[in-house]
Design a protein around this ligand. Structure first.
Ligand code: NAD
Length: 467
């Protein structure tokens, strides 16, 4: 494990991809046994190397061991076990039965065909899950894989590289380390699918490049995910609600793609919400020693977030001493914010919680739609099913969660992805299998049915059609 990540030699990239293509065409990765072996090896590789992974994540992002266990390792284990348990069912061709008796004779089926050689580009904020969950899907789908890890988490990327080299089939799974230069060279190659996780600006670069070769892409991007506390939220629930919101916001110092970006609170619940937020944030994040608290990944992000705080017209109700040398940005809660505020311009992706007071639910939904349509997640805290329906039908989002935050990403059985500007395509669990396979229609028409289909041959006479 090292602070200085060994970048892949750019000159070796084309031949690495060529070799993966040769392996794919050998058929090796398509067998169920190869897929299951690799997935089981990955599971045991992680079990064997848990301590190294926890240390790496602590060095890269100051994630505590407990946080790594719950929010990284356990999420990957859950996905792996689910896929391993079900893959033998999923790979089987699916018979199509809702057809007429005549069509049934031709045995229509859907085969789940591996795509070929795929590329995964992952991001820094959850460096283990964001690289290994797509990898699980690509292996389950029977593909050969290039995994481009984040250059910003050198220790974790180095640990993942070593694990893959040691435990997985390196003829079929290659790791590329590097930054923009290496990724640009990678994108010169023709892949059969690309899954990219990161910001929308780079997402557009990837999609544009992929379009040149008609390569399908999954884009896992971000956005400004709103959270609502409505008029119909029971005050006695605010203690739990604010705790859930604070965790969703401040875990990993806000560098979570599905973090509740900002909070909209009905005026009738505003004071109680602020009071509960303050009580809970002091309990959860009052310790100014930054134990169990992640650091901001880059100097430039640290500066960006500080500027947002300094330019805000809202009132800061909770913050603390930052430790700029270590890039620790204290959890900051800002009340009385408007949609014109510095905190509301772009996805925060940092430990700042702006709060907006509203009086009319429909009007505030209008504002959300005007300013930040189609976020990655939408969080609703309300006891009213009418509020649920109104918010969920008017605001589109990649996921919608009532009374909780973040949990949707940890349930392998749920698809994970965005809509509109938060991305397209989804993965996790069975969705990953579908993301990395294509549905191949198949028929096997018996020759003896010929008399039933005589009508299709020319000359197609009226008489024949009447028959
Ligand atoms: P990042 O800096 O780790 O970059 C992501 C990847 O893009 C890296 O592998 C990097 O090498 C590559 N990259 C950067 N510039 C490139 C270029 N010019 N050409 C090709 N590749 C390039 O992460 P980030 O982009 O800062 O990630 C933060 C964003 O990602 C946030 O918006 C967040 O919401 C989003 N995100 C989304 C998800 C999701 O699952 N939807 C998960 C995590 C993060």
């Amino acid at each position: 494990m090292s602070e200085e990540l060994q970048y892949t030699d750019i000159k070796s990239i084309p031949s690495t991809i060529d070799n993966l293509k040769v392996t794919f065409h050998s058929g090796k990765t398509q067998s169920l046994s190869w897929r299951l072996d690799q997935l089981r090896n990955l599971y045991f590789a992680l079990k064997d190397n848990e301590d190294e992974i926890k240390t790496a994540l602590q060095l890269d992002l100051n994630k505590s061991d407990g946080e790594t266990a719950i929010f990284e390792l356990n999420v990957v284990y859950g996905d792996l076990l689910y896929v391993i348990e079900n893959l033998s069912k999923w790979v089987k061709p699916t018979p199509v039965t809702d057809v007429s008796p005549l069509v049934k004779l031709s045995q229509p089926k859907i085969h789940h065909q591996p795509l070929g050689t795929v590329l995964i580009i992952s991001a820094f904020n959850y460096p283990l899950t964001l690289s290994l969950q797509p990898l699980i899907g690509a292996i389950a789908g029977g593909n050969t894989v290039t995994l481009k890890l984040s250059e910003s988490t050198s220790y974790t990327s180095d640990a993942i590289t070593q694990i893959i080299h040691q435990y997985l089939d390196n003829e079929s799974i290659a790791v590329i380390n590097g930054g923009v230069e290496e990724t640009t060279v990678l994108l010169q190659e023709k892949f059969d699918k690309i899954l990219y996780t990161g910001n929308g600006t780079v997402g557009k670069i990837i999609a544009k490049k992929a379009a040149e070769t008609l390569t399908p892409v999954i884009l896992e991007l971000g956005g400004k995910s709103p959270s609502f506390i409505t008029e119909n939220t029971d005050v006695k629930n605010l203690k739990i609600i604010t705790k859930r919101l604070l965790l969703g916001k401040f875990i990993n110092a806000g560098q979570t793609c599905i973090a509740p970006d900002y909070l909209l609170v009905h005026e009738s619940k505003y004071d109680e919400t602020l009071q509960n937020l303050l009580e809970n944030v002091k309990l959860l994040y009052g310790d100014s020693n930054f134990r169990n608290y992640s650091k901001i990944i880059h100097e430039r992000s640290f500066e960006r977030l500080n500027n947002i705080i300094n330019n805000s017209h809202g009132t800061i109700i909770f913050s603390g001493e930052n430790a700029a040398d270590k890039r620790f940005l204290h959890p900051t809660i800002i009340k009385d914010v408007t949609f014109e505020d510095s905190t509301m311009k772009e996805e925060l992706f940092g430990p700042i919680l702006p709060i907006i007071k509203y009086s009319n639910l429909n009007d505030i939904i209008d504002e959300v739609i005007i300013h930040h349509d189609t976020p990655l997640a939408l969080y609703i805290f309300s006891n009213s099913s009418e509020d649920h329906n109104l918010i969920s039908t008017r605001i589109r989002s990649g996921s919608i969660v009532f009374n909780e935050t973040l949990l949707q990403a940890g349930i392998a059985q749920l698809p994970f992805g965005g809509i509109g500007s938060s991305g397209y395509g989804d993965y996790h669990g069975k969705s990953s299998f579908y993301a990395f396979t294509s549905q191949r229609a198949s028929l096997n028409q018996p020759l003896w049915v010929e008399p039933f289909f005589e009508v299709k041959y020319p000359p197609i006479s009226d008489f024949k059609l009447r028959v």
